[in-house]
Ligand binder design. Structure first.
Ligand SMILES: NC(=O)C1=CN([C@@H]2O[C@H](COP(=O)(O)OP(=O)(O)OC[C@H]3O[C@@H](n4cnc5c(N)ncnc54)[C@H](O)[C@@H]3O)[C@@H](O)[C@H]2O)[C@H](O)CC1
Ligand SMILES: [K+]
Length: 517
């Protein structure tokens, strides 16, 4: 599903109203009705609860007024508390404020000159609070009364149902501006906001539901937004079905350069990750003395013993043999466990500028690359780099905290700067492409924080590349399926003890579920 910023959503609203002719009041009515239907699913006994709607001064408040009207019509005990005078209301919000008055639901207006606690008692006595203070119109850090109310509501530890966004959350960045509501659930309108999926948004929205308010698909399509939330629906679209007459020669040949003493597991996991997403053939380039070990650890994947250094890592002498072998192959993954031996470093940098097939760089290859970023510009093929936050910080010469503070921006900046696809790992993995496409992964579990997970992912990306999936989508599919496989192993029962090798047999099952749904 597409993710939009506040500005993009406002433009979709504007075009729907001004160019298509759907009145704003209709959108508001659709928004409120859809939100209430979702809220009633989240809280089936809502009709028997005492509900307070907290209203601000814009159309988010307008949604709240309509929800109050609908609740009143169902005989629900509902009160509306406005933080701003009615004179501040405009347009559809004012229209629905007046309608509320006419049906006998007189909103209460907060008086900043009177005692906070006594006025707040109405909110404190409610069973459920509906947050219609601020939506996509948030334009500065909340302060004063808004901040006091938000912090007091959060302190109540009562169910809070957010209209469009938890108030105080920036829809475009996921940053909290001053203070933000911690919602039990959020009904958002039209399309999910990128800020609900990154930064602090993911935690603050609670259960998120997208309400169709009637924005025509043609308006969404013409907006040309290339930012996605990676979910089952999207991955199903991007995963082209395998033709019946496929044979292993048609499913691509993945090569990997991985492994060194003590790191044969990384090479094994990456090779099996490639095989498990359906690559036809897999060949692992491995330092000669380690070959007997990998011959035992691997069955389906082949190995090619290559010249090695005195420390049994890949040697610069392997360059010609590797490049010769790569002709006619469809993808190369380099990095898991290759070591930082100077000769291995030289081999990597020479391969990057000569490799004939799409290239995935991970782990030690990224550490080596941090000292030679210009090499990326010499790559004659698409390159996908898969840093975790620490490796991203080294590549960007910044602190890890800077990476994590703005993951989307950091990934997009590096991608554009170096012309590579960036898969920035972590909670909500981000995939960015040089031409501006970006995706946030919706799958995964904290149990994935264990060694080897990245090796499997690297192999999976290479495996999709080998099957002809275009690089951005290959990285996205691998990220989603990798996380979903981990979810399926854990089944919500654990957040620790998951082994990277546990994922392997679940990968084809996740793919199968995507293909058959
Ligand atoms: N997405 C859709 O198709 C629809 C969305 N709807 C709702 O409309 C809001 C956006 O409405 P807007 O009036 O632009 O903004 P808000 O209601 O979010 O608030 C703006 C309001 O608040 C004041 N304000 C801004 N920042 C602050 C602050 N830090 N502290 C205090 N007050 C602040 C600002 O001056 C304005 O007065 C969207 O979220 C949906 O809920 C439509 O209802 C239907 C179509
Ligand atoms: K809100």
């Amino acid at each position: 599903m597409i993710l939009v910023t506040a500005q993009e959503m406002a433009e979709l609203d504007r075009r729907t109203i001004e160019e298509i002719g759907l009145p704003g009041a209709v959108l508001m009515e659709n928004a409120a009705r859809g939100a209430l239907a979702f809220f009633e699913r989240v809280m089936p006994d809502l009709a028997r609860r005492r509900v307070v709607v907290l209203a601000g001064s814009g159309n988010n408040a307008g949604d709240g007024f309509v929800i109050a009207r609908l609740l009143h019509g169902k005989g629900v005990w509902v009160r509306v508390v406005c933080l701003r005078p009615a004179e501040r209301l405009r347009g559809d919000a004012l229209l629905n404020y007046r309608i509320l008055e006419k049906i006998g639901v007189q909103p209460f207006h907060w008086n900043e000159n009177e005692d906070f606690s006594s006025q707040f008692s109405m909110v404190r006595d409610a069973d459920v609070i509906i947050d219609a203070l601020l939506g996509t119109g948030l334009s500065s850090p909340v302060q004063g009364l808004y901040r006091d109310i938000i912090e007091a509501v959060n302190a109540l530890q009562k169910p809070v149902l957010a209209v469009d966004l938890p108030s105080g959350l920036d829809a475009s960045t996921g940053k909290v501006l001053g203070a933000a509501i911690r919602a039990t659930a959020t009904a958002t309108f039209g399309l999910p906001k990128v800020g609900q999926r990154i930064g602090e948004g993911d935690a603050l929205v609670g259960a998120l539901h997208v309400v169709d308010i009637g924005i025509p698909p043609c308006v969404v399509a013409s907006a040309g937004v290339t930012r996605w939330w990676l979910d089952e629906e999207l991955c199903r679209r991007w995963l082209s079905p395998r033709p019946a007459e496929t044979h292993k020669g048609r499913a691509g040949h993945v090569c990997l350069l991985a492994g060194s003493p003590g790191k044969t597991g990384a090479a094994t996991l990456a090779s099996l990750g490639a095989a498990r997403v359906g690559a036809g053939l897999v060949t692992l380039f491995v330092p000669r003395s380690l070959n007997p070990i990998l011959e035992v650890k691997l069955t389906e994947a082949m190995t090619l013993p290559i010249p090695e250094t005195s420390e049994h890592s890949a040697s610069i002498a392997a360059e010609t043999e590797i490049l010769d072998f790569l002709h006619g192959k469809q993808a190369l993954a380099v990095g898991p466990g290759i070591s930082l031996h100077p000769e291995t470093q030289s081999l990597l940098l020479r391969l990057i500028s000569r490799v004939p097939c799409p290239l995935v760089l991970d782990a030690d290859a990224l550490t080596i690359l941090a000292g030679a970023l210009d090499t990326l510009g010499e790559a004659p093929v698409p390159v996908i780099v898969t840093p975790h936050p620490g490796e991203m910080a080294r590549l960007m010469s910044c602190r890890v905290a800077d990476v994590q503070a703005d993951r989307l921006q950091v990934a997009q900046e590096f991608s554009r700067q170096h012309g590579v696809i960036v898969l920035l790992k972590g909670h909500r993995t981000v995939i960015a492409s040089p031409e501006g496409r970006v995706a946030i992964n919706g799958s995964g579990t904290p149990a994935m924080a264990s060694g080897g997970m990245g090796d499997v992912l690297t192999g999976m990306i290479a495996g999709f590349l080998a099957q002809g999936v275009e690089p951005f989508q290959a990285a996205c599919l691998a990220a989603y399926i990798h996380g979903k496989a981990a979810e399926n192993v854990c089944q919500g029962k654990t957040t620790r003890g998951l082994l990277a090798s546990d994922l392997l047999e679940h990968i084809p099952l996740v793919i199968g579920a995507l293909e058959t749904a």
